[in-house]
Design a protein around this ligand. Structure first.
Ligand SMILES: *Cc1c(COP(=O)(O)O)cnc(C)c1O
Length: 428
């Protein structure tokens, strides 16, 4: 017999008990998974429509070298992104090195000395600290005379409208709104909540630029923050929109003015969007965007499966097993260092690449405790691929995300439970 169950048990290292437990959970997830598939179908059509409208042609898959003048593939791709995100313009480049770089370009391009940057949703993602100068850093916005103010969310997670109103002054030029909770414990913002927040800010001062850090949020819903008033959305191509195929890169999509400023900052005043060779990446950028809605759906199913699996085993999971989803990150509080290590070793053991190595906790720059990271990815550091990490400190939370296919995400979670089971931490 060639059953899937036998495959897992005989070849994939999964105990029958872990397999059976997983299968029972899935019975109850059918309806939610069907909803995710419907969103993916809608977003797939959105991407195909944008490619057709812009007459994407075989020649666009080729690259340029040197200055990259007249790179039609690049320019057309940027128009495709603009159409998918419903913006006037977009900058989509392999020269944008990561999400942090994209955010740095977007901010430093649109702010001038004397301006103030406001975060109305609490402290942003760790790597933003140095961009802003929250932690003193060479080249920060603070060094260029851009000040920063922050309004935290209320204890119940709501926006502090009164605080935001008071924080806005005549120097406030740009508001940064982080959609995903990242590695914080606040809830991720839905596009509907972002709409409310932007409307509130624009009502006070319509000329304030509203930027959304869209990392991990693309294609989770049917609409993006750029459709509810954001002037600029920013993200990484080794997360959702690269579909697992983009080998590097980032994007900034938004108003013509914001994107033009960003282009001049990325390349040089006077050059802007006109330069930038794409070498050989155009095909993977197009094809990755084409696959992204399906890949995101697989990652979402994995996150929901993980939440259900671990919650029913007695662990605290964020978001919980029934919450609606607005990004692809799942946190599991594993309570002990042994459990966190076993979890990450399971994710690693399930990888297509480097499955035979075992991750160990290590000191990392910027962290005050050892960190363990699991990734066996085709693209270095890609977090749309199955990956997990966590700092070795209470409550020993594993942050888990990605999975290029649902089946692989599922296998990764099963393998994490398997390792906890083998270590005697879990029983079924
Ligand atoms: C990943 C991420 C970033 C930074 O992206 P890198 O590619 O790691 O530099 C910024 N903000 C959020 C919310 C993220 O998830």
């Amino acid at each position: 017999m060639n059953t899937t169950k036998e495959m897992y048990i005989r070849q994939m290292g999964i105990d029958e008990k872990v397999y059976d437990y997983s299968q029972t959970l899935l019975e109850n997830l059918k309806e939610r998974f069907a909803k995710i598939d419907e969103t993916a179908e809608y977003n797939q059509m959105k991407v195909v429509a944008a490619m057709q409208k812009n007459h994407v042609a075989e020649m666009h898959l080729n690259g340029t070298t040197g200055y990259g003048y007249n790179d039609d593939g690049r320019d057309t791709l940027e128009q495709v992104y603009a159409d998918v995100f419903h913006t006037e313009a977009a900058l989509v480049r392999p020269q944008i090195m990561c999400g942090t770089h994209a955010l740095n370009i977007a901010l430093s391009a649109n702010l001038r000395p004397g301006d103030e940057l406001l975060s109305p949703v609490g402290k942003p993602y760790d790597t933003m600290d140095e961009i802003i100068g929250i932690r003193p850093s060479k080249g920060s916005l603070a060094e260029y005379g851009v000040t920063y103010s922050q309004v935290d969310l209320l204890p119940d997670g709501d926006f502090d409208y009164e605080g935001i109103k008071n924080a806005i002054n005549e120097r406030t030029k740009l508001v940064t709104i982080q959609r995903s909770k990242g590695y914080a414990s606040r809830p991720t913002l839905s596009v509907a909540r972002i709409r409310e927040l932007i409307a509130f800010i624009k009502n006070i001062r319509p000329d304030i630029i509203c930027m959304v850090d869209n990392c991990y949020g693309e294609f989770v819903e049917r609409i993006e923050p750029s459709e509810v008033g954001a002037d600029m959305i920013v993200g990484s191509l080794i997360k959702n929109p690269g579909g697992g195929l983009a080998p590097c890169g980032g994007y900034i999509a938004g108003t013509k003015e914001c994107v033009e400023q960003a282009a001049y900052r990325l390349s040089s005043p006077g050059l802007g969007k006109e330069v930038g060779a794409t070498l050989g990446v155009n095909q993977s950028f197009y094809q990755g965007l084409f696959l992204a809605p399906t890949v995101v759906a697989g990652a979402l199913k994995g996150a929901i499966f993980a939440a259900n699996a671990y919650e029913k085993l007695g662990y605290k999971v964020i978001p919980d097993s029934t919450e609606s989803r607005h990004d692809i990150i799942q946190a599991v509080e594993l309570n002990t260092p042994e459990a966190l290590i076993a979890f990450c070793q399971g994710i690693q053991a399930a990888a297509p690449v480097d499955s035979f190595v075992s991750p160990e906790p290590w000191a990392m720059p910027g962290y005050d405790s050892d960190v363990i990271m699991a990734a066996g990815a085709f693209v270095q550091g890609s977090s749309i691929e199955l990956s997990a990490d966590g700092p070795l400190r209470p409550p020993y939370t594993a942050f888990f995300q990605g999975g290029l296919t649902w089946y692989h995400a599922k296998y990764g979670i099963m393998m994490s439970m398997q390792k906890l089971y083998e270590a005697g931490i879990l029983s079924f």
